[in-house]
Design a protein around this ligand. Structure first.
Ligand SMILES: [Ca+2]
Length: 225
């Protein structure tokens, strides 16, 4: 009898809460309205663990200014059931609803390249069906910075320069200038902590440091003296 009482007590105390937690996990709301003036992240529920079945998540990201654009950089760890994106997928629309132009529909385990809106809003939709899930996706959203927006002057004795979006992928079509200004008698030392540019010799992604004479391209490291 005591054992039966103990067992029924354990059932109530141990099993029911975990069932309830599983139900809450399954029905955990996803999606929402996001303000791009602060960069942030969107992930599938549970990422990087398997996303639940029966998901229908919608996010709308909006920039505060009508002329601003939004850039999405996906984490390379991307896994959505493949099968021609028929059952599970993430869709990005170039506006504030899914009626806006489709910028991409993605699945499989290859993360999309960076996506940039043409206007101040993006609509993101994630769908999963009843079976076969994956790790899902994680993306960083932020206001897209053009060349003049990403350029900066530095006058402090030391500082940190990061490409836009770092540590995620940098967006397309950027040209940023970073000018370090020091007193005439001083030298400037640059130490690269992380360096990861497109691996296509000298074609596109390139960093140059003209004050020290170094030129850096992924496969074309060279002296400029
Ligand atoms: Ca599925």
């Amino acid at each position: 009898m005591d054992l039966l009482l103990w067992l029924s007590g354990c059932l109530l105390a141990c099993v029911l809460p975990s069932v309830r937690a599983a139900e809450e996990g399954a029905s955990e709301p996803c999606g929402g309205y996001l303000d791009a003036s602060q960069a942030g992240y969107i992930t599938t529920p549970g990422y990087p663990l398997e996303y639940p079945p029966h998901q229908n998540c919608r996010w709308v990201i909006t920039a505060p200014e009508p002329l601003q654009r939004i850039v999405l950089n996906f984490n390379p760890h991307f896994e959505i059931e493949k099968l021609d994106c028929r059952y599970d997928y993430v869709e990005i629309h170039d506006g504030n609803s899914e009626n806006a132009d489709l910028l991409g529909k993605h699945c499989s385990n290859i993360a999309p390249a960076p996506i940039i809106s043409s206007g101040p809003s993006l609509h993101i939709k994630f769908v999963s069906d009843y079976a076969h899930q994956g790790a899902g996706f994680s993306l960083r959203y932020e206001i897209y910075k053009t060349g003049s927006d990403c350029s900066r002057n530095f006058t402090s004795p030391s500082g940190l320069i990061e490409s836009p979006g770092f540590p995620d992928k940098y967006p397309h079509n950027l040209e940023c200038s970073f000018i370090i200004i020091v007193p005439p008698s001083m030298d400037v030392t640059l130490s690269f902590l992380t360096f990861d540019l497109e691996n296509d010799p000298c074609r596109a992604a390139r960093a140059t440091a003209s004050t020290t004479g170094w030129k850096f391209g992924t496969d074309c490291l060279e002296w400029a003296l």
